[in-house]
Design a protein around this ligand. Structure first.
Ligand code: ADP
Length: 263
C-alpha cells in the first residue's frame, strides 16, 4: 500500500510583517512514518517553517497541508490535533507547578476530563522515562529532563506528526544520547530541525537542506551530509563520522556504529 502523505508544502512562502522574507518558495512532501531532518544555517527559515506547521503564523503565499487539509484559520484547530511542535527552549513549554500538570495541560485543552488528561499525562511521562518525576517542579529539572518533559507535554496530545526544534541543543553527552534513544523509539512522523548532524545521521534517513528560505537539497541524509561542496556553500560542515579523516581511520567500517566498537 502506498504511504499516505502526512505533510506537504506547495510554493510555500512567508514574509514577516517588517518585510523580511523568511521562506521563498518551498515545495516538499513528507509521508506518514517518515523521519526527516531539516538542516541549514542560522536564518535559513527553519523555525519559521516550524511556526507555520502549527499555525502560529500563516503562509504569505502557497500552502501547507496536513493529511491533505490546507492550513488556515478555519482548519487550525483540526490541524493542531495532528501536529505537535516541541520548541527549542523547554521553558516555553513548561509553565505549571508540577510536571504532571504540564503534561496534562494539552489533553485538558483538547476537552478530556481531568482523569483522562492525568492518565494521558502519566502515559506520556512513562513513554519518555520520567514517570517518577511527575510531582516535581519543572523549573528544577535538569536540561535533559526538561527536553524530555517538553517532548512528553506534546506526546500527551497524541499528535501524528511531531516537529522538534533542536532537541539536543545544550545537552551533555549522556542526556543527548537519552533524548536520541527516546526519539528513535517514537513511532510517529518526525521532522527534526537540528545542527546536530550526528543525531540527524542516527535518526533521519532523509534530509532537507534549507538556506535563505529555499530548499537546496532534499534526499538521502548520508549523501547530502557527506557532500562537502554543498555543505560548505551553505555554512555547514560534513559531520566527523562522514569525513574523509574518519573514513581513513576506519576503512573497513560498514557503519559508524561498527566503527565505534572497533575503537
Ligand atoms: P532559522 O530557524 O533557520 O535560524 P528563522 O526562521 O528563525 O531561521 O529566520 C529566517 C529569517 O527570518 C531570518 O532572516 C530572520 O532574521 C527572520 N526572522 C525571524 N523571526 C523574525 C521576526 N519575528 N520578524 C522579522 N524577521 C524575522
Amino acid at each position: 500500500m502506498p504511504a499516505k502523505e502526512a505533510l506537504s508544502c506547495q510554493d510555500l512562502g512567508y514574509t514577516y510583517p517588517d518585510g523580511t522574507v523568511a521562506l521563498r518558495k518551498v515545495d516538499f512532501s513528507i509521508q506518514t512514518g517518515d523521519s526527516v531532518a531539516l538542516v541549514g544555517p542560522n536564518g535559513a527559515g527553519k523555525s519559521t517553517f516550524a511556526l507555520l506547521t502549527v499555525g502560529v503564523i500563516f503562509p504569505s503565499r502557497g500552502s501547507l497541508r496536513v493529511f491533505g487539509m490546507e492550513l488556515s484559520r478555519h482548519t487550525l484547530r483540526e490541524i493542531r490535533r495532528h501536529v505537535g511542535l516541541v520548541f527549542q527552549d523547554a521553558e516555553d513549554q513548561l509553565f505549571m507547578p508540577t510536571l504532571l500538570e504540564d503534561v496534562s495541560f494539552g489533553p485538558l485543552n483538547q476537552g478530556l476530563s481531568e482523569d483522562q488528561a492525568r492518565q494521558r499525562g502519566l502515559e506520556s511521562l512513562a513513554a519518555v522515562g520520567l514517570e517518577e518525576l511527575a510531582e516535581r517542579f519543572p523549573g528544577h529539572l535538569s536540561g535533559g529532563e526538561k527536553k524530555l518533559a517538553s517532548l512528553a507535554s506534546i506526546l500527551s496530545m497524541q499528535p501524528q506528526i511531531i516537529i522538534l526544534d533542536e532537541p539536543t541543543a545544550g545537552l551533555d553527552p549522556r542526556a543527548r544520547r537519552k533524548v536520541i534513544e527516546q526519539l528513535a523509539a517514537l513511532r510517529l512522523t518526525k521532522i527534526v530541525i537540528s545542527h546536530d548532524l550526528e543525531m540527524v545521521l542516527d535518526l533521519c534517513p532523509r534530509t532537507i537542506l534549507l538556506d535563505k528560505g529555499s530548499v537546496w537539497a532534499d534526499g538521502d541524509t548520508t549523501e547530502i551530509l557527506s557532500d562537502k561542496e554543498t555543505m560548505d556553500s551553505h555554512g555547514l560542515e560534513v559531520p566527523y563520522s562522514l569525513s574523509p579523516d574518519h573514513r581513513h581511520r576506519f576503512p573497513l567500517a560498514g557503519s559508524r556504529h561498527e566503527a565505534e566498537h572497533k575503537k
